[in-house]
Design a protein around this ligand. Structure first.
Ligand code: 26Q
Length: 792
């Protein structure tokens, strides 16, 4: 009771003295801010303690460089990790406020596109939980990932403005500011290269605190915002060059303005390269400054600093670190390469050729002339060391700088993000470099934080877990295995089913608020992720149509009611993905209005999928759709969230699905489709999709319905192009996997109809999900890549 009234008093104090609001006039926003400040106050002591101890013990620090941190909401996360959830709820109730409404008033910080950015956020939380001294470095985009609306079923983008309101979780650090140079040319004096930049901006730090589980440790997530070095170039101005005089300011205003919303097709935009250098240079200058505060010899840097590159986006870190060491600290080039390699690690997240970063040497040389020289020097040095290789793969080829090869050569470890993916990185992406540097490529299977993705988003199930196996599982997720004996008992399964049902009822109400009524007794089948051809939302919607058609043929059949839930954004310029969104919405409109199928089939696609929406959908899911073309999804992390929350997977042998299947057992997983080995073989037959369609009556019928305009009566030929592509250019093998997918879906229906069997499967998914905690992943990075010890 005392704890509650203390917190209540602190909230009121902030309402009055920080926000200047009188209770009767306070809005939800005011209450959220007051609660946020009261909670934030409690993180200060662990935060300062952690920083002080790291200094005092001169610990090695991890620096996680990422262009994306998809952190979502922070208030409830802080409350959960501080262990004050009950106090906070009761304090808000005592103040006459609805805790959920207050917490949900917070806008998501959407500084990322999807998996890669969310992984960075989970890693930050796990590093804080494990007491790994770490800094995240990112860009403080003024506009995060765009907001999505549907207009006549089509995606429309609007700018996102998370900073429109005060962001209570950051501290501006005007004293932490670095000059970031761009362009210009390089002069040589006495054998030394001197970069004479043509422009520069300032990078200014904003620190966000990251609190670990139980508040035992806290780290810093440092976001850089760009500022003009001088508002107006007076010299140019006085020469009468008025517009040019404002250029530096324009560059600064655009640099940290917006997140690139494309997560699969690399476009080679100069501004993107500038953003990447901006982040990387600011981070490295900050790292060296911190190191030099209590060390003198930069050759010792690798003993104190581990730098992880989240994909190739910060891969300019290699050349930039060498530049700082050689040009500014007068280290010998070979020594600098050696130091940089020992510090750097590179995580690869994709095999898709269209996503690999390559910069035209023209662009690269214009933006970073000194780095262009260094890249060539690295290339020559590496070639010298490995001459006589028949298939030598260089960094610069065909007038392009290949960032994957650069990151590989500059790192002491390169890792993939699932067992299958890491094998494919070796075999397909860097086969030559793997032979030159055996052992450099390793695997670190992704994970997700169980604090946000189980404890916080699913209080019903978390409560049952704690009742069953006691406290402490949140940071020792392998302990979920202790649930297994209970799974064979009726009362536990009944409670497990009740928790799931509670979540489904809550979701049904929310979906009802969006204008579609769904029954919580139906099977909730969920596919939420970015819209991409390789992820095959198309396969899912084709199956939906086949199901609709089958029910209509036999309306009194013994059907298992389904709700198909989709969520996700398409890159704004990705026309094919946008067409798939349109089709899903058209199909939803048609099916949801059909009285024949009624509650037997509903399709919902709530707009603007984001982290907070995922926290709503995942706990209520019965079935997790992970149906990418085998070999294309590096890992997936949504798959792990569903598993933890007791939703079995229907999926292909792709990414981390392979490991999920291994952990949970084949009898608790709905497997279908071609394997990563079979996929390229199938493509060798140019008729593969026509053959598959001709062999499948249901697929023929589905394609016929779409082509006839059944779902687009106002424009009957709307999907002619789409249907034509399935027949003749089906690169992602939707047709080839269709029948096998239908069968797997029928197995899911049959399993769901047997309630006890289903509950057992679902509960076993939770019980066997311990491996997918990001704590396990981070321990792997700490041991195999960073060589750092936990401080707690
Ligand atoms: C590159 C150049 C220019 C502009 C943008 C980009 C860009 C941005 C984001 C390229 C790729 C991304 C994001 C990739 C991504 O999210 N990959 C996912 O990473 C997850 C975490 O490892 C995996 O689980 C997913 O399988 C993988 O698709």
């Amino acid at each position: 009771m005392n704890a509650v009234s203390n917190l209540r008093d602190e909230i009121l104090r902030h309402l009055t003295f920080t926000l200047g609001k009188d209770r009767p006039n306070a809005t939800v926003y005011d209450w959220r801010m007051a609660l946020s400040y009261a909670v934030r106050d409690r993180i200060m002591v662990p935060w300062f303690d952690a920083t002080r101890r790291t200094w005092a013990e001169d610990r090695k620090r991890v620096y996680y460089l990422s262009m994306e941190f998809l952190i979502g909401r922070l208030l409830e996360d802080a409350i959960i990790n501080l262990g004050i959830h009950h106090e906070a709820e009761e304090a808000m109730a005592a103040l006459g406020q609805d805790f959920r409404a207050v917490v949900e008033d917070e806008p998501d910080a959407a500084l990322g596109n999807g998996g890669l950015g969310r992984l960075a956020a989970c890693f930050m939380e796990s590093m804080a939980t494990l007491g790994c001294p770490a800094y995240g470095y990112g860009i403080r985009y003024e506009n995060g990932l765009f907001r999505q609306r549907f207009q006549t079923g089509q995606q429309v983008e609007a700018p996102e403005d998370w900073l429109a309101q005060t962001h209570p979780w950051e501290f501006p650090r005007p004293e932490a500011k670095y000059v970031i140079p761009f362009g210009g040319h390089v002069e040589t004096k006495g054998g030394q290269s001197i970069w004479v930049p043509g422009a520069s901006v300032h990078a200014m730090a904003h620190d966000t605190l990251v609190i670990g589980w139980q508040g035992k440790w806290a780290n810093t997530l440092r976001f850089w915002s760009a500022e003009p070095t001088n508002l107006f170039d007076l010299e140019r101005f006085n020469r009468g060059d008025y517009t040019a005089a404002a250029e530096p300011e324009v560059l600064a205003r655009t640099l940290s303005r917006v997140l690139y919303p494309d997560d699969t097709t690399y476009q080679g935009k100069e501004l993107r390269l500038k953003q990447e250098f901006f982040l990387t240079s600011a981070a490295l200058q900050d790292i060296l400054r911190r190191f030099l505060q209590n060390h003198a010899d930069l050759r010792a840097l690798p003993n104190h600093v581990a730098i992880q590159m989240n994909d190739t986006h910060p891969a300019i870190a290699g050349p930039e670190l060498i530049r700082l060491l050689v040009d500014e600290h007068h280290m010998d080039f070979r020594d600098a390469v050696n130091v940089a390699q020992k510090c750097l690690g590179y995580t690869n997240h994709t095999l898709l050729p269209e996503a690999l970063e390559r910069w035209a040497t023209f662009t690269f040389g214009n933006v970073l002339p000194r780095h262009m020289q260094i890249v060539e020097q690295i290339d020559h040095w590496h070639l010298d060391e490995n001459h006589s290789r028949p298939h030598y793969v260089g960094i610069v080829k065909h007038h392009e700088v290949r960032m994957g090869e650069l990151a590989f050569i500059m790192s002491h470890k390169v890792n993939g993000v699932s067992a299958l993916h890491s094998d494919l990185v070796k075999q397909n992406l860097f086969p030559e470099l793997d032979k030159l540097h055996p052992g450099r490529i390793i695997n670190q299977t992704n994970g997700v934080t169980p604090r946000r993705w189980l404890k916080m988003c699913n209080p019903a199930l978390s409560g049952l877990i704690t009742e069953t196996i006691g406290e402490g599982w949140e940071s020792h997720l392998d302990r979920l295995r202790e649930l297994e004996p209970a799974i064979d008992t009726k009362p536990f399964l009944a409670d497990f089913g009740a928790a799931k049902r509670q979540n489904k009822v809550a979701l049904s109400n929310w979906i009802g608020g969006q204008g579609v009524s769904v029954s919580p007794d139906a099977l909730f089948d969920v596919q939420i992720k970015r819209i991409h051809e390789y992820k095959r939302q198309l396969l899912n919607i084709l199956e939906t149509i086949a199901r609709w058609s089958a029910i209509r043929d036999k309306p009194n059949g013994d059907w298992v009611p389904r709700v198909k839930i989709f969520g996700g954004k398409s890159a704004p310029g990705y026309a094919v993905a946008k067409e798939i969104i349109h089709l899903i919405n058209d199909v939803a409109r048609t099916i949801n209005a059909d009285p024949v199928t009624g509650d037997l089939l509903k399709v919902v696609f709530p707009p603007n999928y984001n982290v907070s929406m995922a926290q709503r959908l995942v706990p209520a899911a019965d079935l997790s759709e992970q149906i990418s073309t085998a070999g294309k999804e590096a890992s997936g992390t949504g798959n792990m969230k569903f598993m933890m929350n007791g939703a079995p997977t229907i999926g292909t042998l792709d990414g981390a699905n392979v490991e999920i299947l291994k952990e949970v057992g084949a009898e608790n997983f709905f497997l279908f489709g071609l394997t990563a080995e079979e996929v390229p073989k199938r493509r060798e037959n140019p008729e593969h999709s026509a053959n598959a369609i001709e062999a499948s009556k249901p697929l023929q019928d589905v394609l016929q319905m779409i082509a006839e305009g059944r779902f687009s009566p106002e424009q009957k030929d709307r999907y002619h192009g789409l249907v034509h592509r399935i027949w003749h250019h089906d690169y992602f093998l939707v047709a080839s996997d269709f029948d096998s997918y239908i069968k797997a879906q029928e197995c899911a229906d049959a399993a769901f109809a047997d309630r006890d069997r289903w509950l057992r499967m679902a509960a076993l998914n939770t019980a066997r999900s311990g491996f997918f905690s990001s704590d396990r992943t981070i321990r792997g990075y700490m041991q195999d890549i960073w060589s750092v010890e936990p401080a707690i």
